[in-house]
Design a protein around this ligand. Structure first.
Ligand code: ZN
Ligand code: ZN
Length: 361
């Protein structure tokens, strides 16, 4: 089986239905998904008839030949890709789809200038709709990224002397090193470590604040394997938790579990978000939940679908999404519980296996 040729075929059958003869892909994650090429500079030309062509420069010559199979042609060019596609445009002999979300205005203008006769069709979600449905190999990649992240967190929790008041930055650095030592490719995002009142900042960057007894501690982290990301958040308390910390954690956990239980094929993404929000309404803390309930993960740590209040998307079998409600009490503290969930025919499968309890360190 050649998954990349199949993916390109799925794309060409979608574009030919709209009358296009080829598609130009410029966004790195879409190029990687369709071809396997992981370089940061590559453009993919996918014609309805004939082999797809990867256009890159000499820096990626050897890498491209190693990563891309022989159902693709590779073209090593100098100068802009637009000045090197004349023969492709001529042989397509018809409208060409491009990714309106990613082609820059200057690229678009250069295309118009170089090929005044060419009919360019602005398309949205050209590859995103394919990427949303993960195949077995992709699910395996995400699972490995989850296992790697979970093991790194366990080593971090055990390896740090929590009585020694480590700074958030030291904790983050320790975890990042363990993620890498455990085999993660470049991290999907910088580890978030927030302690004490700083846990009320949903996207806190680790500071030099020291983690001390009585603090809540929030850690949001992930690993990457074969390009695929994991994204997990867990919460801890240094020493014994106080009543309000336990209550806060239980409220978020309730919203998290209810939202997970709502996941299944055919379910509106905004419904899952609403379930989390309604749970927090019942606990009278919904005003402190300002972000969406989750997002897709894959080659990118944030990708489609979006589990947000206004999302029009519907969950499908093979989607992998996060469920991550949070409550952030200003200047006091916050909790977010984030797991990675696979949509299956019968409902959902939790891919993360770490305990979701508030753990005492
Ligand atoms: Zn996260
Ligand atoms: Zn997330």
């Amino acid at each position: 089986m050649n998954c990349y040729a199949d993916r390109c075929r799925n794309l060409t059958s979608a574009i030919s239905a709209t009358g296009c003869q080829a598609a130009i892909l410029t966004y790195w994650a879409n190029v990687r998904y369709l071809s396997g090429f992981s370089g940061s500079s590559g453009v993919l030309w996918v014609p309805v008839a004939g082999n797809p062509i990867l256009i890159t420069d000499f820096r990626y010559d050897e890498q491209a030949k190693g990563e891309v199979d022989n159902s693709f042609d590779i073209r090593i060019v100098s100068g802009s890709w637009i000045s090197n596609i004349e023969d492709m445009v001529a042989s397509a002999n018809g409208p060409v789809a491009f990714e309106s979300e990613y082609v820059t205005v200057s690229e678009y203008e250069a295309l118009k200038e170089a090929f005044p006769q060419l009919s360019l069709v602005a398309s949205t979600d050209l590859v995103g709709r394919l990427r949303r449905i993960k195949d077995a190999k992709e699910i395996e990649g995400i699972k490995h990224a989850i296992t790697t992240a979970e093991a790194a967190l366990q080593r971090t929790l055990a390896g740090i002397d929590w009585t020694d008041s480590p700074s958030e930055r030291r904790v983050a650095g320790y975890l990042e090193a363990e993620l890498r030592a455990g085999g993660s490719e470049h991290l999907p995002f910088e580890v978030i470590v927030a302690s004490g009142p700083r846990t009320s900042l949903p996207h806190a960057t680790p500071s030099d604040r020291c983690v001390v007894s009585g603090d809540l501690l929030l850690i949001d982290f992930g690993a990457r394997f074969q390009g695929y990301c994991s994204d997990i958040t867990r919460n801890f308390v240094i020493g014994s938790p106080r009543d309000w910390q336990i209550a806060l954690h239980n409220q978020v956990l309730d919203a998290h579990e209810q939202a997970c239980a709502a996941v299944g094929p055919g379910v509106l993404c905004r419904f899952v978000d609403m379930v989390a929000r309604e749970a927090l309404v019942a606990h009278q803390v919904d005003q402190y939940f300002g972000h969406s309930t989750g997002h897709g993960i894959g080659l990118e740590v944030h990708e489609s679908p979006s589990l947000a209040q206004r999302s029009e998307q519907t969950l499908e079998v093979g989607n992998v999404v996060t469920i991550e409600p949070g409550v952030y009490l200003p200047a006091r503290g916050g909790v977010r519980i984030e797991d990675d969930i696979l949509v299956e025919p019968s409902g959902f499968r939790r891919m993360t296996s770490l305990s979701r309890a508030l753990i005492e360190l």
